[in-house]
Design a binder for this molecule. Sequence first.
Ligand SMILES: [Fe+2]
Ligand SMILES: [Fe+2]
Length: 412
Amino acid sequence: MTRELDAGALELGGGLEVLLAASIDPMQPGARLLVRTPSRATAYELHGWARRAGHRAVAERLPDGGPYELEIERGAHRGVLADPLPARASGPKPADGRMRTSELRWQAEVPASTPASCGFAPLGSIPELGAPRFDWTLNDRDRIWADDVAELVDQAGAAQWDAASAVPWDAALELPEFMERAVSQVMTFIAQNEYAALYVPARFLPGVNPAFPEMVMWLSRHVHDEARHIEVFTKRSLIGGQASYSLASTELSLHSLLEEHDFSGCALLLNVLGEGTFLDLLQFVDQHAPDAATRAAAALAHRDEVRHVHFGISHVRRRIALDPAERAALVAVAERRASKLTQMSGLSPLLVEGLTIMAAGSLQPAELSHGADAVKGLMKTMETNRLKRLAAAGFDPQTAQYLSDLHTPNLM
Ligand SMILES: [Fe+2]
Ligand SMILES: [Fe+2]
């Protein structure tokens, strides 16, 4: 059967080729399209267009005064080096006005693995042949996945905040010198650690196979959260005009964290143990900081860290459940790191001092004693909660205690 197409006033170079392609591309090779045009010149030019597009002009009618007709037989050539697109079907569905990331998988399960060579093919797209080969390093779902990663992506997207305006910065301006020095030191320490919390997921990001868009989005949002933490704590450390130290012991601890290259190993060391322990530190700062700006910075960062820790626990638990041998591998990761940190003993005295002054609120002996007790209480809380998180991640009480004892005295 020959289809017919009225070109109207359209000319080649003026949009007619788009109409022609839309008509002829879906047709089977050998099928025919009769094109009608009022322009004799266009009718002549159609011969060349058909040839260049891989088709064949098979008949023409050029009566005086027009309209002019050219019959084109569709060639086997396709404009794209790929199979024809599948027939239109139903797509993912929004619910309550929201398009959830979990809906990306409305058609099929997340694949267990996907070729390392594939390119940036968005989910559901048909890759064209002839693209360069990529060489992704994270191609197996179970090495990186967490069952609720899609929900975490959505939570992260909904919980973004602006470090320039979400903190009442003016509240930080009038602290006495001893207190500003304490706050600045604690802020610098936190900011220092936030760098590692950014660099670790950022390093994995370009290795993730694009067939796992949830993981690409999750790691990107994690990185973005940490960028905001670096921003907010750096700004708070600077705003009072008081410099403080970036501690060598912290550098040593973070350096050893960056030396771990296994995704699950980093999920344990960074997300479960490091960021987990920081949850308690941030809560302490939120509770004891002398000014509303510092308290707000800690509370906002805490909200984000809850997600990061949740991911880590969820990932490690899944990994161990799928492969119980992974438990021993993760213990070995913690041992390896601890062996690099044997020269560290306890939290840096400068940090202890800063936290104590914050909790004391003054340099009065009685209040300082109270502040010191609060810091000791923080250390206990950190350990108790670390054990709970390790249990939630799938470790028995004895192993959890061992891992908690191995954890860096730097907290992250
Ligand atoms: Fe952070
Ligand atoms: Fe974090």
